[in-house]
Ligand binder design. Structure first.
Ligand code: YOG
Length: 134
């Protein structure tokens, strides 16, 4: 029985987000706004089907996937670079590999206690975020 990520989660901390955005080529002005945001994630998990809605006052992003099934990601409102993404389980961690122009791009989600963790990777940068249940 895998973990259940379902729920509403609010950002409580974000480490190295600026460098992650820089690695993604996000411009200065956008980075200044983005680093002030406190996004909320609404995750729905039904068997192997997931949706993740990340909402903020500035931009929002929605993604839907099934474990092990590659999908096209447009990263609309983020860096707008298309990539081929696939999400798999690594024990109780959800691991996404985003293949495209940027090397080593992807993310990992896991839960510890009542907190949701997110590691965002791009090239040599890793941003670590922590979310708490709303
Ligand atoms: O989450 O891929 O939960 O999609 C990463 C922002 C900031 C816009 C957010 C909006 C990367 C300006 C998505 C922030 C920086 C900066 C709220 C993280 C790009 C643009 C949307 C992500 C996964 C895993 C699901």
């Amino acid at each position: 029985m895998p973990v259940d990520f379902s729920g509403t989660w609010n950002l409580v901390s974000s480490d190295n987000f600026e460098s992650y955005m820089l690695a993604l080529g996000i411009d200065f002005a956008t980075r200044k706004i983005a680093k002030m945001l406190k996004p909320q994630k609404v995750i729905e998990q039904e068997g192997d089907s997931f949706s993740i809605q990340t909402t903020s006052t500035f931009r929002s992003y929605f993604v839907q996937f099934k474990i092990g099934e590659e999908f096209e990601e447009d990263n609309k409102g983020l860096d707008h670079r298309k990539c081929k993404s696939v999400v798999t389980w690594d024990n109780d961690k959800l691991v996404c590999v985003q293949t495209g122009d940027k090397k080593n791009r992807g993310w990992t989600h896991w839960i510890e206690g009542d907190q949701l963790y997110l590691e965002l990777r791009c090239e040599d940068q890793v941003c670590k975020q922590v979310y708490k249940r709303a």
